[in-house]
Design a protein around this ligand. Structure first.
Ligand SMILES: Cc1cc2nc3c(=O)[nH]c(=O)nc-3n(C[C@H](O)[C@H](O)[C@H](O)COP(=O)(O)O)c2cc1C
Length: 231
């Protein structure tokens, strides 16, 4: 299995430790590629819309986004590991999500996304992790990923791993290992109801828009080439 890790912090702290615990179960026999943000993509989307109108390879940040997207496409499991910042996903990962909008089902989805698994590992000092996890889960759904597991921790006792009590560290590690074990020898995921619904809705929209186009848009050319709509 190929695993791609999208690390939402470069600090080797709690997020790093929890992610390493997860990977410790899966290191043997699997190919792991890691990206650390913001180094992996040190730019915000500038809103030029070149990706939507023309081609994502013409994005001014394609030097960063292309290797990321290609690794994501090749992976069987996407692991997002990040701390909660201001109750949400850290902006260094949000910029990745923004740059991937062109591959949402509303634009040019890739069918390889339909069979992927994803895990979202988060932690906060104590705030609920739900909204921060939803930021990534929503994008993943629109990219076509159905099977998404979320695991979040409130550290409660501090933000330094070594200062957490042994009991808490053991509990966090135990739950992380338990989740990681579910991915040993896992089969490709299946499209869930939500993704099927989004896809069908987008297919109908693209079909309707195509009728009014003299020259099909970049999005619609993609849908035609994939055989999802007919010219
Ligand atoms: C800029 C910043 C914002 C944070 N915002 C929150 C927050 O809103 N709620 C919360 O409970 N923890 C918050 N935290 C704590 C982190 O979610 C995380 O638990 C902590 O940084 C430890 O993880 P790390 O060692 O990987 O950085 C914040 C931390 C930072 C650095």
């Amino acid at each position: 299995m190929k695993i791609v890790v999208l690390n939402g912090t470069e600090v080797k702290g709690c997020t790093y430790h929890i992610k390493e615990t997860f990977l410790s179960v899966l290191r043997e026999g699997n190919e792991i590629t890691e990206f650390y943000f913001p180094t992996a993509l040190p730019h915000f989307c500038i809103g030029c819309k070149t990706c939507f109108m023309k081609n994502e390879n013409l994005c001014p940040h394609a030097k960063f986004t292309s290797p990321l997207w290609n690794s994501i496409l090749e992976a069987d499991l996407l692991l997002f590991a990040y701390p909660v910042y201001a109750l949400r996903v850290p902006s260094q990962l949000k910029t990745l999500l923004d740059h991937l909008c062109v591959h949402w089902m509303a634009h040019r989805p890739d069918k390889r996304m339909f069979t992927k698994h994803a895990v979202i590992l988060t932690n906060s000092i104590g705030a609920p992790n739900t909204s921060a996890q939803k930021d990534v889960a929503t994008s993943l759904n629109w990219l076509g990923v159905s099977n998404i597991k979320r695991l979040g921790f409130g550290l409660m006792e501090g933000v330094e791993w070594n200062k957490l009590s042994e009991k808490r560290r053991n509990k966090i590690e135990g739950k992380t290992i338990e989740l990681a074990k579910k991915y040993i020898g896992i089969q490709p995921a299946r499209k869930g109801i939500r993704v099927r619904m989004y896809f069908e809705m987008c297919r109908m929209i693209h079909k309707a828009v195509l009728k009014s186009e003299q020259i099909p848009s970049a999005d619609n050319r993609h849908w035609i080439e994939n055989g999802w709509i007919k010219q």
